[in-house]
Design a protein around this ligand. Structure first.
Ligand SMILES: NC(=O)c1ccc[n+]([C@@H]2O[C@H](COP(=O)([O-])OP(=O)(O)OC[C@H]3O[C@@H](n4cnc5c(N)ncnc54)[C@H](OP(=O)(O)O)[C@@H]3O)[C@@H](O)[C@H]2O)c1
Length: 250
């Protein structure tokens, strides 16, 4: 029976992907993590609806010990995962004074550090601790939710130094990891994903500039991403893909 793991599932896209996986029933169990799972109303509702098919675990991507502990608890329940999704991400966080920079003078070391910790270092550490659960002889997928604005080649507007830089770093880590996984987990397909602009707290302050029809509902976006992940073959490992399956330049 297939098992999935979603990191960053408290709300937004991570929660919607967890819900999609549970509703479709292709996975016998979904492990879903959040900094504080008990504070997520969305996860509480899914836990009531799906019972033992959903396992909630605490995980803060800025805390290596908490990632290691979630990996240990997952490994105690299963010897393999068929899908690992890193969904957590930060673009703005008012409590930390983190705002996307419009110009160089807005760049702050604390904002850069936080964005890199959550968006780039965290997913890599998740891969590090969960690798043993991906080393098996069945097809598996490791998907890092990235963002088109992390593409260096596609950067035409500038600004957003912390977010763009951290997503570019996440992309490099994903690509690098895909190369190592070819040797160490050859049946694992490792990709970076751009979900489109999705109606979540992350995009809310910036939705005014989104062209009509380009702001996606989180459930629709989640369904599309899960469809895409199911369609991937070994040749797709190491790619950066948009929600519609098109390739994005690194
Ligand atoms: N929405 C968009 O338009 C859009 C576009 C392109 C890419 N993305 C990417 O999609 C992913 C999901 O974003 P979203 O739109 O769903 O954002 P969101 O609604 O703001 O959710 C962000 C998620 O990240 C979690 N998170 C933040 N810091 C964390 C930490 N230190 N440890 C663990 N979890 C942490 C949050 O958990 P808490 O509840 O604990 O804060 C929350 O679950 C992100 O990687 C984002 O960069 C989104």
């Amino acid at each position: 029976m297939k098992q999935a793991f979603v990191q960053g599932a408290s709300r937004g896209l991570g929660l919607a992907m967890t819900q999609t996986l549970l509703r479709r029933g292709d996975f016998a169990r979904v492990f879903a993590t959040a900094r504080d799972p008990e504070r997520s109303e969305g996860l509480a509702a899914l836990a009531r609806e799906f019972g033992e098919a959903l396992v909630l675990l605490p995980l803060d991507v800025c805390d290596d010990k908490s990632i290691a502990s979630a990996a240990e608890r997952t490994a105690a329940a299963t010897d393999r995962l068929h899908l690992v999704i890193n969904a957590a991400g930060v673009l703005h966080d008012e409590s930390l004074g983190l705002q996307p920079e419009k110009r160089l003078e807005h760049v702050r070391p604390e904002s850069l550090r936080r964005a890199f910790e959550v968006n780039a270092i965290g997913p890599l550490l998740v891969a590090r601790h969960f690798l043993p659960l991906l080393r098996h002889d069945e097809r598996s997928v490791l998907a890092n939710v990235s963002a088109r604005v992390g593409s260096i080649e596609d950067d035409r507007l500038g600004g957003w130094y912390a977010y763009r830089g951290s997503k570019a770093a996440q992309n490099l880590f994903t690509r690098n990891l895909s190369i190592e996984l070819k040797r160490r987990a050859p049946r694992c397909i490792c990709v970076a994903l751009h979900p489109g602009t999705v109606d979540t707290a992350l995009s809310r302050p910036f939705q005014g500039s989104v062209p009509p029809g380009q702001l996606f509902d989180a459930r629709d976006a989640a369904a599309r991403l899960i469809d895409l992940l199911e369609s991937l073959g070994p040749e797709d490992t190491g790619s950066f893909l948009a929600y519609d399956g098109s390739s994005i330049p690194w």
